[in-house]
Design a binder for this molecule. Structure first.
Ligand SMILES: Nc1ncnc2c1ncn2[C@@H]1O[C@H](COP(=O)(O)OP(=O)(O)OP(=O)(O)O)[C@@H](O)[C@H]1O
Length: 339
């Protein structure tokens, strides 16, 4: 489904055909790619490995011209911008590690000004202000004079974002900025990007495989899937109308709209499990993971406080003191009944 352009739209892709040319032969990677990228929003681009996400980023950065379709940036065709002009408008953070460990944080962030100063140019007062603003808005002032080689992966990622911000383009593109980071840092980086999008009115486009964190932070999803047009929408709408399942083209997995998680789609019925909602959810998860269906028991009653789990089976009624023991018990009943 294509989006409609609004006054926030900065970049429009129309019927793009993406791929690579080798001599006269074009190898098409993805097609029917249409979108509107909006300022003031965090947009997450999701899709399986190899579907063409990085290829789309390369097209937007002007590094790999689409085989077909049009890209329009701020009302003008992308191909009409010189690489120098484009570098001032679109800042990029790629996944590659920096090999300039000897530079300090402030020196690296200052490199973001190169499109404005040139390689040999010295920083003007405006450039210095932009660098300090970028450092401040990524909350890395405490790292100002540290060497890059002394930073953790999470700190380094914030420095790379600061460098892109110093570039002061209207669009910021990041390819998997949370790869290699722990859960807390993944959240922090995505929340930081969202606040930058809103506070600085930037259009931020992030490629990520982190579905759950993307749901919590993104304003827009773009979903790429082999053989389908690009699907764009607000994550919550895509969840409720089921289009989120485009990300899971196998009937073995399904997106559970209540928990917001991907889970195995086996058709076991667990209607005989009763108790508090959180207990029911986690007992079902454990049973599903262990391939235990309701044929193994008559009912399970879950504790409301610190009582024990009550299992009613063909062997009678018994009290059990945890989900681990319950699973073991049901597994042994299952193997017993199959012999
Ligand atoms: N320079 C290139 N020349 C030819 N084919 C390429 C080139 N780069 C990528 N491809 C091919 O294009 C297809 C899409 O690759 P791309 O890197 O865009 O996927 P992706 O969705 O970003 O994957 P991932 O999630 O694994 O990063 C793949 O089949 C890949 O082999």
């Amino acid at each position: 489904m294509s989006q409609t352009a609004t006054d926030k739209t900065i970049l429009v892709g129309k019927n793009l055909i993406l791929g690579y040319r080798k001599g006269k032969v074009s190898n098409v990677v993805a097609q029917e790619i249409s979108f509107c990228l909006e300022k003031g929003k965090l947009t997450c681009l999701l899709g399986p490995n190899g579907v063409g996400k990085s290829t789309l980023l390369k097209a937007i950065m002007g590094h790999n011209k689409p085989i077909g379709g049009t890209l329009v940036f701020a009302g003008k065709k992308l191909e009409e911008y010189s690489p120098k002009m484009l570098a001032k408008k679109i800042a990029v953070v790629l996944t590659d590690k920096v090999s300039t460990g000897n530079l300090t944080v402030a020196q690296l962030v200052a490199l973001g000004r190169i499109p404005h100063t040139g390689w040999m140019g010295s920083l003007s007062e405006t450039d210095r202000i932009k660098v300090e603003q970028a450092i401040e808005s990524t909350h890395i002032g405490y790292l100002h004079d540290r060497r890059l080689s002394e930073l953790s992966d999470g700190q380094l990622q914030k420095v790379m974002i600061a460098r892109a911000l110093a570039q002061d383009g209207e669009v910021l593109i990041l390819d998997e900025p949370t790869a290699h980071l722990d859960l807390i840092n993944r959240f922090e980086i995505m929340q930081l990007l969202r606040s930058i999008a809103i506070d600085q009115n930037k259009a931020i486009l992030v490629v990520t495989h982190d579905l759950e964190i993307a749901i919590e932070t993104a304003d827009q999803f773009w979903i790429m899937q082999c053989g389908f047009p690009l699907t764009a929408g607000v994550p919550e709408d895509l969840i409720l109308d089921g289009r989120i399942n485009l990300l899971l083209p196998t009937d073995k997995l399904i997106f559970d709209s209540l928990s917001g998680k991907v889970q195995a789609s086996n058709s076991f019925k667990y209607s005989t499990i009763t108790g508090p909602e959180d207990w029911v959810k986690w007992v079902k998860t454990a049973l599903r993971k262990n391939d235990i269906d309701s044929g193994n028991y008559i009912s399970i009653e879950l504790p409301s406080a610190i009582e024990k789990i009550k299992l009613i089976s063909k062997n009678g009624e018994e009290c059990i003191d945890g989900i681990g023991t319950l699973v073991e018990k049901l597994k042994s009943m299952k193997s017993g009944s199959s012999h």
